[in-house]
Design a protein around this ligand. Structure first.
Ligand code: FES
Length: 87
C-alpha cells in the first residue's frame, strides 16, 4: 500500500470498471478528465463551470457505506479510497 496515493474505482456508463491510483488530495474532476473519462454529457461538454461547483453538470454517484450518493466530482478531494459510478 502506498500512503501517498488512494485508489479510485470507476464504473463507467458502459459498465466497464477501472482502477486508478492518485495522489492524496487530488481533485476527482481533474483526475477523471485527465484520464479521458466522459464526465459531461451533451452541451455540458463545453458549457460547464470548469470546476467552480455551480453548474452541477459533473455529478457522479459515490458508493459509500453500502449507499449511493450523488455528488459533484469537482467538489471531491480524494483523501481516501473511493468507488464511483459515472452517469
Ligand atoms: S463542473 Fe460545474 S459543478 Fe462541477
Amino acid at each position: 500500500m502506498n500512503e501517498d496515493k488512494v485508489k479510485i474505482k470507476i464504473l463507467d456508463t458502459q459498465g466497464n470498471c477501472k482502477e486508478l491510483w492518485v495522489e492524496v488530495g487530488s481533485n476527482l474532476r481533474e483526475v477523471l478528465l485527465r484520464n479521458q473519462f466522459s464526465l459531461y454529457q451533451g452541451k455540458f461538454k463545453t458549457l460547464n463551470c470548469k470546476g467552480m461547483g455551480v453548474c452541477g453538470s459533473c455529478k457522479i454517484i459515490v458508493r459509500e457505506r453500502d449507499e449511493d450518493w450523488e455528488r459533484r466530482a469537482c467538489q471531491i478531494q480524494c483523501f481516501q479510497d473511493l468507488e464511483i459510478r459515472l452517469k
